[in-house]
Every structure is written in structure tokens, then in C-alpha cells.
Ligand binder design. Structure first.
Ligand SMILES: [Mg+2]
Ligand SMILES: [Zn+2]
Length: 193
């Protein structure tokens, strides 16, 4: 089975203005066509797994219960639109905690591989930040950057890497860049089936 890993904030939903943390469902707002994109992935036989950094938990901005509520509503709304989210993995830790799950580390993808028997080399990760792309690369997936969320800043980051540094950046760039999740999945479905 083909697998797509999706980052959440900036890919499925908008980053809210309050430091970018979605603390409750009322702050969750889908990016246009994100649900449609997920429905098309589902219809085309993809398993869809969300991998999201949620350090707001360890920062005390919201509880695991609130996050679980947000995720169950998100999954329900996507399901209403005809899409299926097979699993949601999140890292609750502070960046300073040194955990193995927070992206750019590949911990969540490795755990998903184990729990869902995923062949990572044929999987894709779609994200809006450099750290998403790094996590995907380290886990051995193909990666797409989208320009929603923090995607434009990430794009400029890639553009500003000095040529002399490029040897250090092996396997660091996304395979492709898209305007949003819908255009990314459209290309994926067309070329990967
Ligand atoms: Mg993001
Ligand atoms: Zn973690």
C-alpha cells in the first residue's frame, strides 16, 4: 500500500496568528482544498498518516486532551469530505528536550513504519518547513514542499543556500515544490500510479 505522510500545521490547516499554535478546535481552519486533496488520496488507495510537532503541549499552552479533541474533529471533518486519515502521530516535547520524535528527527516516521508496516522508500512526505523535509529524508521517503503555511519562508531558505554549501546539503532538498496540498497530491496521483 502506498503511504503519504502529511505535516499538519501549514499543510492541512492554517497556522493561526497566535505564535502558530492551534490550542482549540475553534482555532483550526482548513486550507482551501486540503480536504479534497485527502479525499483524492484516499480514493486512489493511499494510506495517509499525519506527523506533527506539538511542542505547545510541553510548553503548557494546551493539554493532550485538547489536542486529542482537535485531532478527532479534524479526522471527522476529513472523513465527512470522503477522506481517511489512518493515524495521527504527534511530538509533545519542547525543542530543548532532545527527544527522538520531534522533526527534523525521523522518530515519528520510524514508529509509523513499525506500527503500519510501511515501506519508507516508496512513501512520500508533504510538509511546509525545512524540518519536515529533513525528517522525511532521514527516514528515506520522497519529499514535497508546499508553499502554504511557512512554505514560502522555507522556499527562500533553499534559494539562499550558497552553492559552496551544497555538498553538505545532500539529500536535503525536496523532490518537488507545489503551491499547496491539492496540487501536490494531484501530481502524486498522476505520476505515481
Ligand atoms: Mg507545518
Ligand atoms: Zn518528541
Amino acid at each position: 500500500m502506498k503511504t503519504v505522510f502529511l505535516d499538519r500545521d501549514g499543510v492541512i490547516n492554517r497556522n493561526p496568528p497566535n505564535m502558530g499554535y492551534v490550542r482549540r478546535w475553534s482555532e483550526f481552519s482548513f486550507i482551501p482544498n486540503a480536504r479534497k486533496a485527502i479525499r483524492e488520496l484516499t480514493e486512489n488507495g493511499y494510506r495517509i498518516i499525519v506527523v506533527t510537532n506539538q511542542s505547545g503541549i510541553e510548553r503548557g499552552l494546551y493539554s493532550e486532551e485538547s489536542l486529542a479533541d482537535i485531532h478527532s474533529r479534524m479526522v471527522a471533518e476529513i472523513s465527512k469530505a470522503g477522506g481517511t486519515i489512518d493515524a495521527v502521530y504527534y511530538c509533545p516535547h519542547h525543542p530543548d528536550a532532545g527527544c527522538e520524535c520531534r522533526k527534523p528527527k525521523p522518530g515519528m516516521l520510524i514508529r509509523a513504519k513499525r506500527e503500519h508496516n510501511i515501506e519508507l522508500s516508496s512513501a512520500y512526505l508533504i510538509g511546509d518547513t525545512v524540518t519536515d523535509i529533513q525528517a522525511g529524508k532521514r527516514a528515506g521517503t520522497k519529499t514535497f514542499l508546499v508553499l502554504t503555511g511557512l512554505g514560502q519562508e522555507s522556499y527562500y531558505h533553499y534559494m539562499n543556500i550558497k552553492p559552496w554549501k551544497q555538498t553538505d546539503m545532500d539529500g536535503y532538498y525536496p523532490e518537488k515544490i507545489f503551491t499547496n496540498l491539492y496540487s501536490a497530491t494531484h501530481c502524486l496521483i498522476k505520476n505515481d500510479s
